[in-house]
Design a binder for this molecule. Sequence first.
Ligand SMILES: [Fe+2]
Length: 284
Amino acid sequence: MVDAGGLVEQGKDIMTVKHVNNRVRYANKTIKKNNRSSCKKIRREVVFPRVPDVLQELYVSCREIFKGPGTVPPASDVNKLCSILDKMKPEDVGLSKNLHFFKATGAVKGTPRVTYTTIYQCDQFSLCIFFLPETAVIPLHNHPEMTVFSKLLLGTMHIKSYDWVDPVDMNDAMPSSQLRMAKLKANSTYTAPCDTSVLYPTTGGNIHQFTAITPCAVLDVIGPPYSKEDGRDCSYYKEFPYVDGETTRVRDGYGWLEEIEAPEVAEMDRIEYLGPQIIENTTC
Ligand SMILES: [Fe+2]
């Protein structure tokens, strides 16, 4: 393990995010000098930093707003969560732009793996951070029955997203039972700090792909969370251009998506979250 050299000051606590070979993990430690020792020993102990108000506010609001599977928060609640997330800074979850992980080197080989950590999860929602090294990809995937708030905390990321098109509303038959027509919702590059984006079960770009232009950290608020048992598993897709049958021209703004097995690039490494801990006031 190589010390990335980045430090996030939290009072007397020192928090680092370390990485090796484009992987990242939290490390938390308090360093105190022992004045009684002539050797000036350095004593280290794990201390969780105090929860920032905005992170606790996010948790409390999620508790109020997410009502479980089959529900979508009303616009007023969506706006409330967005306004909280828009205020959030990397330091609120123990990160800093000065961390070595977030310094682009331009020397990436292959497609690096994505790392994620879970700040909190219950049956109604989850709070996760995804760490994408430079050029890393979270391939095209869906969020069945979910509302997802994505807040890019650090870095520059390209987001491409689609929503399904009801074939009945189009004057075109599906060319194959494996393909479904989708309408392009987003195809843009975003740089932190930027506004929170929201996707819904059938709108807002429910099927999306993240590509890291620089090393990135994105905070996702997902309600309800993925659950294989409850039929909310993650599916992956390959996209094909929509070609107009008469003109044979590619029709911008639409595509055909084919469900595929989870690609190798979709495999992620999970790390323990050791940033500021939310305070649970009741069971979820
Ligand atoms: Fe996603």
